[in-house]
Design a protein around this ligand. Sequence first.
Ligand SMILES: [Zn+2]
Length: 505
Amino acid sequence: MVQSLALSSSSTDPTVRRSLTNLSLGVAKSKKIVVVTGAGISCSCGIPDFRSSDGLYKLVKQQYPDVVLRGRDLFDVSLFRDPTTTSVFYTFISKLKQSTDIVSPSPTHHFIKTLDTKGKLLRSYTQNIDGLEERAGLVGSGSEKAKINDSKGKAKLNLKDVKNVQLHGDIRRVRCTLCSAEYLFTDEHMHAFLEGTAPDCPDCASRSEARVARSARALKIGKLRPGIVLYDEPHPLGDDIGSIQSGDLSRKPDLLIIMGTSLKVHGLKKLVKEFAKVVHTTAPSNPPPVANSPKPTATKNAMKGKVIFVNKTAPSSEWDGIIDYHVQGETDAWVERVLEDWKRMRPADWEVQTTLDGPGKDLFKVSKENAHAKTAKTSKGGKSGRENIPPIPRPVTSKLDKPSPTTTTTMVPLAQQAPSSPSKRSRTTSHYSKHECSPSKKKTHSIATAAERTTNVNALPAEERGLLFESRSVNHVPVVEIVARTKRNLGPGKSQPTLVDTVFS
Ligand SMILES: [Zn+2]
């Protein structure tokens, strides 16, 4: 059975509260965490939902009033068969790119980066194409920083540098339709795409020019297109991504965190199940009962080898025995809670931050003075230590580019686009399935099978649609609750919050 923990009942239900605290401690104690994410983690960023009435799709329709295209058709490789639909695609993607450019990563994106900084992230895998992980500091599989040229001059991924695997590509890149050379999506490309045209590939052009210069026949020159992966087309980095996943499985990750995805996509389900299986093998044979554990900090990591699913809606019964905990709520709210608990229970993990030079140093000084002032003030009062309530710790992420909660629209990721028709849905071929033909490739491409086959969004139950489109962000844990929790954990013999908590709160 999946144990359900509603974030909202944390303040009223001590069992849920204790379990959530144990989960936080589990995160802090784990060493090789795999994170899998979907659209839910970008919801609070304000990426517009092009399906909504005032969305991007409507704008595109205004530019191309005669073209009839359904949402899913805009992400199907067959659109390249027709010059007009190709133009619509370019215009649409450039508008989507413009809207992702102006938003900032969510606390959840920053949390994944924090796991990496703390040496706990084995890998992040995302269905999202918005590239917000990279803007939070995680090198993505689409990044130039992760590319190396092999002996034939073809770009390959430097596997160990990739922190975030972009299962469906990256909207901030363009690639050549002919030679697959990749470039950053620049303003120049943007201008061309907005007009519905595609720029020539500089790589192809220079090869052709070189031939013409030595009086040879000119070569065909490819066009640059957005670097996302469409339905029914193979991932250009499929081999490398398969290798990354195989390598990660063999390294036996000790915690799997799945956030903000409805887990409806075949390829992603497969990925999650494979990781869950390996993660479970690392669990201690007789973990202490989590909810009744009297001293969470004194036990071994009871959460080692667990699978945590953080999402607004519950997983289906299909996930019994695969997912151990369903944290019901917003991913941003959960990660903020994890960071609070982590800083309170394992302050030593955060002390290294105080040795930083630069602006942090001054921050430390100021906070130190404040802390002294506070201590002096409270000790004058002659109250007991229990009354000395420390400053309320807030997660480090809340300082960073906190997006405005007023934006309410979201993007539906590639993987959650509704298939256009039942016939398309039931087709077994996918843009990844070519790899399945070769037995030698089956293993390495386990990640990339039929990834985009998904349930029709409109056919989903209402709560599922709510998950996909609703983006109301959850407020922080109420102050009263934090204070209550902080007091509880400051009983005699419990560690006082350190200066570090103050500095980074
Ligand atoms: Zn080219």
